[in-house]
Design a protein around this ligand. Structure first.
Ligand SMILES: [Cu+2]
Length: 196
């Protein structure tokens, strides 16, 4: 993936304001190893190794893309939440089943916030489905990626890589920009609903 492309997309989104509609030109996740490989004339053996089915199968197909990836940062070491939009342009549904951020957070979970009778709570979910030719939005008040136990100091303005893992064994790594919390409250910001 090209981090600057994602940053640009996020800045566009940011400038448009929180109520803006999705930018259709979502960043695509390329295969840098294969692209670099293509430029190496004469390295046919290396190309064959990089393009082996075992390696290629681990990457998400180009029809699956991430946009608006950001982390809501909370002060005083409170749990942070990651949000994004997942777009599936393929003919098959996919399921997000896990996420991790090695080097940044030691515990990453998929969560969903629900509100019943005016009380918000969040629960861990095993999967987040993305329909064929559809999108799913992880946003405040709904699905999110719960980020616990940071391994280093996380500050607004940083970019944090998070790898999304799907039920078919493939994965996709996206760069999440860290922003201060200034939108609707996340349950993780209050001690009563801070996860175990
Ligand atoms: Cu949560």
């Amino acid at each position: 993936m090209n981090p600057s492309t994602l940053s640009r997309a996020l800045r566009v989104r940011s400038a448009a304001g929180p109520g803006a509609r999705s930018v259709p030109t979502v960043p695509r996740f390329s295969r840098p190893s294969l692209r670099a490989c293509a430029s190496l004339l004469g390295a046919a053996a290396l190309c064959a190794a990089l393009a082996s089915p075992a390696l290629a199968a681990r990457r998400a197909p180009p029809e699956l893309s991430v946009s608006h990836a950001w982390i809501r940062w909370l002060p005083a070491g409170l749990p942070a939440a990651g949000y994004l939009q997942l777009s599936n342009r393929s003919d098959k549904p996919v399921e997000l089943v896990n996420a991790d951020s090695p080097g940044y957070y030691s515990s990453v979970m998929l969560h969903r916030t629900t509100t019943r009778a005016g009380v918000s709570r969040m629960e861990e979910v095993e999967r987040i489905p993305v329909p064929a030719h559809g999108d799913v939005r992880l946003a405040p008040g709904g699905y999110h990626i719960m980020l616990l136990n940071p391994k280093r100091t996380i500050k607004p303005g940083m970019h944090v890589p998070i790898t999304l893992r799907f039920a078919d064994g493939r994965d996709l790594t996206a760069s999440f920009v860290v922003r201060k919390s200034n939108a609707a409250a996340h349950p993780g910001s209050t001690p009563a609903t801070t996860p175990d």
